[in-house]
Design a protein around this ligand. Structure first.
Ligand SMILES: [Fe+2]
Length: 303
């Protein structure tokens, strides 16, 4: 009996909703994905991890990470559509090691980006996260294919920046493959630093869902079991950042969140709709402008 999306949503309540994260085992995750769409081309999809490119932006000079990157978008609950290729950007607040610069990664190959498996994973994530943020008008979705390699005497670091948040709303991490790898344990931490849980994605389809506003996440180094053999950990990371109707409505002649901040009158709705971190961030960026999502850029350029 497959798990229905409704069952899954209730299953996630005590986890993702209550704790800010959930670990879903492969069997359940695969069943959930199959409810949403096809995984017929999974083998080809997973094989595309064999053609990733070395991440040359590593501030630690490491060459153990390969990746490709793509951006997608979705209006509310509409279909997820790939956007033009663009750089990945994280502020230094979120990534002290590699943040603060636009990083142009190689694009995800067309065949993988348009595969049934990719579409199914993104549609699942949109449904899952959309359920938790029903007022989202538009999703900015970033997709990363990662391969972390371990070599003799040189472990690979899945999260070289350490425990961190991605600076988005939600994160899905999906295990694609582990080959000759030990460790690579994911840990989840409260905003105060307390460890809330730890688990290891071991099988293809093992997955982690994270509410990025509420918890930090990190992954321990991976090591080769047999140092004579190739050793790698492949994952798909999908992040969702939403913009709300309320943000767009700021164009209307009504009290705006930025006005509230500029005048020092931070009302309760402003506090309710935005985290302290977001308020701080936008207070210094808004001026007389309105809040705008980064996606899509072509849209932004028309304003
Ligand atoms: Fe992350």
């Amino acid at each position: 009996m497959p798990f229905s999306v409704k069952q899954q949503l209730s299953h996630l309540k005590p986890n993702l909703d209550a704790q800010g994260f959930a670990f879903i085992e492969a069997e359940q995750m695969r069943a959930l994905l199959l409810e949403v769409g096809s995984l017929d081309d999974w083998a080809e999809f997973a094989d595309s991890w064999n053609d990733l490119k070395t991440d040359s932006y590593m501030a630690d000079q490491g060459r153990y990470r390969k990746r490709r990157y793509a951006v997608y978008g979705a209006d509310g609950d509409a279909q997820v559509i790939r956007a033009e290729h663009q750089p990945h950007y994280q502020g230094v607040d979120y990534n002290r090691l590699n943040g603060g610069v636009e990083r142009w990664f190689e694009p995800i190959a067309k065949s993988a980006g348009e595969s049934k498996s990719m579409g199914t994973v993104l549609d699942y994530a949109r449904r899952c996260f959309g359920e938790r943020a029903p007022h989202t008008r538009r999703w900015h979705i970033e997709v990363h294919q990662f391969r972390i390699e371990a070599q003799t005497g040189q472990p690979g670091l899945p999260t070289p920046e350490g425990k961190h948040r991605d600076g988005v709303d939600f994160v899905l991490v999906l295990m694609i493959a582990r080959h000759n790898i030990a460790s690579g344990t994911t840990s989840i931490h409260s905003l105060e630093g307390a460890e809330l849980g730890a688990f290891t994605l071991t099988k293809p389809f093992d997955a982690a869902l994270v509410d990025d506003h509420r918890v930090f996440h990190g992954v321990t180094a991976v090591e080769a079991v047999d140092p004579e053999q190739p050793s790698f950990r492949d994952v798909l990371v999908v992040t969702f950042r939403g913009s709300r109707d309320r943000v767009r409505l700021a164009l209307q002649p009504q009290p705006r969140p930025d006005e509230a901040v500029v005048t020092g009158k931070v009302d309760s709705q402003w506090r309710k709709d935005f985290t302290e971190e977001q308020r701080q961030k936008w207070t210094h960026r808004l001026g007389n402008l309105v809040l705008m999502p980064r996606y899509p850029r072509s849209d932004a350029h028309q304003r």
